[in-house]
Write a protein that binds this ligand. Structure first.
Ligand code: BGC
Length: 746
């Protein structure tokens, strides 16, 4: 005991005399700071504020006077974003260098923290590697790919001199109308929390001082995706029981995984803007989830408490309201109003100094952790991590694994390579419709910024088949009128054996992606009908960020491939699947609805499942066009019976669930084994099924493998009427593929 005490004293005293922790350094620095310096740290502006020509800037050149005003006069702690479009890596390095040079002119020489949105690869650096959007990554059911892609994103950000990434998006995609659905991991909580926590770890686990890591920013806390109308930034009505069951667990896991920062939902929940919610920001996030990192607002959201949400009578009241609720940094971002108003509010006693100190300490701690005080400049060692050839291979792996085959009538796919192919539809010669939002520009629509070697679906098919075997009725660009000429398609089809029809959505992000209707636009439906009417087999390729209804045309399509927005290698992955060079294994991360009145999610309640029509209580209430988890392969897999290590799970013990899977076809293939459970009776109406675990395996033709899952009581838990996460004793069903078994929990 004495020895232990001695060791403790030695280490405590050495800790003080020797290296200080980042916390201690932040506290020491904080003591030297004026109110103005503190509030400056809490202020974040967009690069347009310091760029020559502001928003009109095209080359990233900074205006020295504007930069001095922001960094030296207003002492801003952070800058974000781009103007116009992505810049070259060297341009970014110049920008960051210039900003940090300016920070050296300030009294305390506190470095500026730069943040960007690298949500599916490093969005804003030209020639960076873009991966599938989260919705496609979820379809891969492969956390290892999420991990590797996040690491590449981190390296390409850091190579660009940027150490803060506004990712991952942890919003749960339970409203397919929502324009940010593609940024989500889909409708399931387990996939969302698994992939989200994996991404956070991948961004940060090397240690933030290392040039391979960046600080992550989980977003958008909380419930952002649950908008009632599906329009971006519109009201959410979310009972707390639902919030805790479906929207909070992803953030809880990401906090545990070590996320350094968090961005707040711009909308309101039950009438309260989240930026003003002390309950969500302080009571739940800080106290309950134990989150210690930095809380940043989303774009302009403090101002909007006054001028859009109308809960603050003045702009200053809005500032005080948000900071008192728990906001540490304001993405103002186009002026310095926050700085002036917060100083006033503190002086008038509307915001306590202790709250300011708490916020600033968190900002400084992150800057210390990131090594910015040691060297805020782009690191030479980071530069060589940009654009490695292996990243392209990884992008192709991810795109391959995302590909989800939804229909393959009479095994029409894969196609033989000696057929005459007609390629039609608006996404056939579009790059933006393969990549989607946050791709070299915010909206992702300006194709001139994409890497020169990006391929269209038409090019990828021609590369494979030889140009002589491919005809097309399409022109460049999604909106090109040629692409919608049904008569032209009909006449061209005479010379083709098969039609590959490329439909879906062009890129959009946030509010510009709001839609009045999830049905595929009429002109695309007309094209599909014309294609089917030719009598030639039609293969539908969907490149889209959310499920657009295709029920009107689905019966006449012989094959359907869901490609999502799968990044740089989408076209190659599509061609590989269509012509059999890759065996698809992606699984839908959402229920693909038939129509507006049939939006029911897979983890439905029993009464959603029963359709009470003419006393016909068949379980037909969940009737999507394609169910959650659906996805075909060119081979077939058979399951043996489920084996349980025990018929009872007790207390904190563990239950092993095993199953053998056999590849019964004649092709090798990847296959995801998904384990669902159902609580047979519970105090809250139980879900019909919940995904509790998955494992992706490789199986050679004819090969059999045994897959084992270990469950404990936490895997069976749900949120009860008292808002507690509980596992109630009783009977449970476990479901894998077409197999079922039962056990009891006591
Ligand atoms: C988006 C955020 C993003 C921020 C900065 C906002 O409009 O909602 O997701 O991080 O802009 O670009």
């Amino acid at each position: 005991m004495k020895k232990l005490l001695f060791l403790f004293l030695i280490s405590a005293c050495c800790g003080q005399a020797g290296a200080q922790t980042d916390q201690q350094k932040a506290e020491t620095l904080l003591k030297k700071m004026t109110l103005e310096e503190k509030v400056g740290q809490m202020t974040q502006v967009t690069i347009a504020v310091v760029a020559k020509g502001a928003w009109a800037n095209q080359d990233g050149s900074l205006d020295p006077a504007a930069l001095k005003k922001a960094v030296t006069d207003y002492k801003v702690g952070s800058i974000l974003n781009v103007v116009g479009h992505a810049f070259l890596v060297d341009d970014w390095r110049k920008i960051i260098t210039q900003i940090e040079d300016e920070s050296k002119n300030t009294r305390l020489k506190i470095p500026v923290l730069y943040g960007l949105d690298g949500i599916h690869g490093q969005t804003y650096t030209l020639n960076s590697t873009l991966f599938p959007q989260n919705i496609g990554m979820a379809a891969t059911r492969n956390p290892e790919l999420v991990r590797s892609a996040a690491k590449v994103t981190a390296m390409e950000l850091r190579a660009s001199g940027v150490r803060w990434n506004f990712a991952p998006v942890l919003d749960c995609g339970r409203q397919p109308l929502w324009s940010r659905f593609p940024e989500t991991y889909g409708e399931d909580v387990y996939i969302g929390k698994t992939m989200g926590a994996t991404a956070v770890k991948a961004y940060e686990e090397d240690g933030l001082k290392n040039p391979t890591a960046v600080a992550s920013c989980m977003k958008h806390y909380l419930g952002y995706s649950a908008s009632r109308t599906g329009k971006d930034r519109t009201p959410i009505y979310l009972p707390e029981i639902e919030m805790r069951e479906y929207y909070l667990p992803q953030f809880r896991e990401a906090v545990k995984a070590g996320a350094s920062s968090i961005m707040i939902n711009s909308s309101e929940i039950n009438g309260e803007p989240v930026h003003a919610s002390k309950y969500l920001l302080t009571d739940v996030l800080r106290k309950e989830l134990g989150f210690e990192g930095l809380i940043v607002t989303d774009w302009e959201d403090i101002k909007r408490l006054h001028d859009r949400h109308f809960v603050a009578a003045t702009p200053r009241e809005a500032v005080a309201m948000a900071v008192n609720a728990g906001i540490d940094m304001s993405m103002v971002p186009s002026d310095f109003s926050f700085y002036d108003l917060l100083i006033e509010a503190v002086k008038k006693g509307e915001v306590p100094m202790a709250r300011i100190d708490d916020a600033v300490k968190r900002i400084l701690v992150l800057k210390y952790k990131l090594g910015l005080f040691d060297n805020p400049y782009p690191e030479p060692a980071a530069a060589s991590n940009f654009g490695k050839p292996s990243y392209q291979a990884l992008a192709l792996d991810a795109a391959h694994e995302a590909m989800t085959l939804l229909k393959n009538q009479n095994n029409i796919l894969p196609l033989a390579k000696n057929r005459k192919i007609l390629v039609a539809g608006p996404s056939a010669q579009s790059i933006s419709a393969l990549n989607g939002c946050w791709s070299y520009t915010w909206q992702g629509k300006e194709e001139q910024w994409y890497p020169a070697d990006s391929k269209t679906i038409l090019q990828a098919i021609m590369d494979k088949m030889g140009a002589a075997n491919v005809i097309t009725t399409t022109g460049k660009g999604f909106d090109n009128t040629m692409n919608y000429d049904a008569a032209n398609l009909t006449s061209a089809a005479v010379n083709a054996d098969i039609i590959i029809l490329c439909l879906g959505e062009d890129a959009y992000a946030e509010s510009p992606g709001n839609t009045r209707d999830l049905a595929l636009p009429d002109e695309q439906t007309a094209l599909a009908k014309a294609a089917a009417a030719t009598g030639k087999p039609v293969i539908l390729v969907l490149t889209e960020g959310r499920p657009r209804f295709i029920s009107a045309i689905e019966p006449s399509m012989k094959g359907i491939l869901m490609a999502y927005w799968s990044g740089k290698k989408t076209a190659e992955a599509i061609a590989d699947v269509l012509f059999g060079d890759y065996n698809p294994g992606g699984r839908l991360p959402f229920s693909y609805p038939r129509s507006m009145g049939e939006i029911v999610l897979y983890d439905r309640k029993p009464t959603e499942d029963v359709r009470e029509v003419f006393n016909d209580n068949k379980n037909s209430g969940y009737d999507p066009l394609f169910p959650f988890g659906y996805g075909l392969s060119y081979t077939t897999f058979d399951y043996g019976d489920i084996q349980l290590s025990s018929s009872a799970l007790t207390g904190n013990a563990k239950l092993t669930v095993s199953i053998t899977v056999k590849n019964t076809g004649n092709r090798d293939g990847k296959h995801t084994v998904e384990l669902y459970t159902r609580d047979v009776y519970a105090s809250i109406t139980p879900c019909m099924q919940r995904l509790r675990a998955f494992q992706k395996i490789d199986l050679k033709a004819g090969e059999t493998k045994t897959v084992r899952f270990t469950l404990d009581k936490n895997d069976l838990a749900f949120v009860n009427a008292k808002l507690k996460t509980v596992t109630e004793p009783g009977e449970f069903e476990v479901m894998i593929g077409d197999k079922k078994a039962k056990f009891t929990y006591r």
